[in-house]
Design a protein around this ligand. Sequence first.
Ligand code: SF4
Ligand code: SF4
Length: 332
Amino acid sequence: MKTVSSLLDEEWHERYRNISRLNIRSSIYDVTDRCNLRCKGCFFFSSNEHKVAHEETDIKKWGTFIDKEMGRGVNLAILIGGEPTLCMDRLEAFYKRLPTFCATNGIIKVPRDRFPDLMVGISLWGDEEDEKTLRGRDTFSLSSKNYEGDPYAYYLYTITPKQIGKTERIIKKIQDVGLKVHMQLLSNDEGVDGFFWEPEELDAIRVEMDDLLDKFPDTVISSKHYHEIITTGKMLGRSFGWAECPSVTEPLDKRKPRPKRLINFIRWASDLQTMHRCCTSETRDCTTCKDGAAHMSWVMVNKRAHIRTTRDLQNWIEVYEMFAKLYKFIPW
Ligand code: SF4
Ligand code: SF4
């Protein structure tokens, strides 16, 4: 029988042991229903998730709610929205209690005197032209000033089909401001013309992402197994989609058979009572979903399937390490 020990040498085994003890239990929180941008393709606004609940404004209720979440075992709070930095008091309520990650467009700076080591993921949707088309402004010019050299911030670069052949310039820009970058793919939830992925474009961007990782290993936080999975939607011969997705809110998950999934995962709306279906858009077609975190988690919850060959298990370790770095559980 194949075992972890039989497949790994001492160095890889040590890496395996380092991540095995982490036991990450994440959930996602809509901090607010508002944003200072309205990007075309934003999964939150395009699926009207901002209308399903009225945000809770009593900060004491946020505190009580977070305490209850910790009581159910959550040890990583992923804050999204809307734009979480519009509500610093809610951000602080999480940050003071447990490991917290804040997804932001980077326009408003998280004050480092108040949040010295809060992990911040800054969204970036391409070059200046794409950003103006999709988001109405070039956010990089602002976010890069706000976070230049910040050891607890990185860019979450959402690659669009129009970025093929142009990604290296973006990575260099990020490297030049002293930040790291993680890549994911646009799902184009609002059907913007020219931003759908064709199969040959996915092939091309996979090659490009692999090349970026080779050329910028100190800047790009990624793994080739992740690139393969996100561009092909396949893992070890299985297809990503509703039947396999690990990031479905647990109390709403009625799938049979139930796939391997994130334990106790819930995505909460900002009223602190309503639950959303999954980590991304309520209305998104799972067959075209490119959500990076869901794909990453799909690998992570399927460890057993990767105990097949040395390379498969190493791939699993690399994806898990990538996730752990992005949420500050292990150093870059
Ligand atoms: S910045 Fe984020 S939350 Fe705001 S509109 Fe854009 S994608 Fe949506
Ligand atoms: S839209 Fe994506 S993240 Fe949501 S359930 Fe479908 S596959 Fe999973």
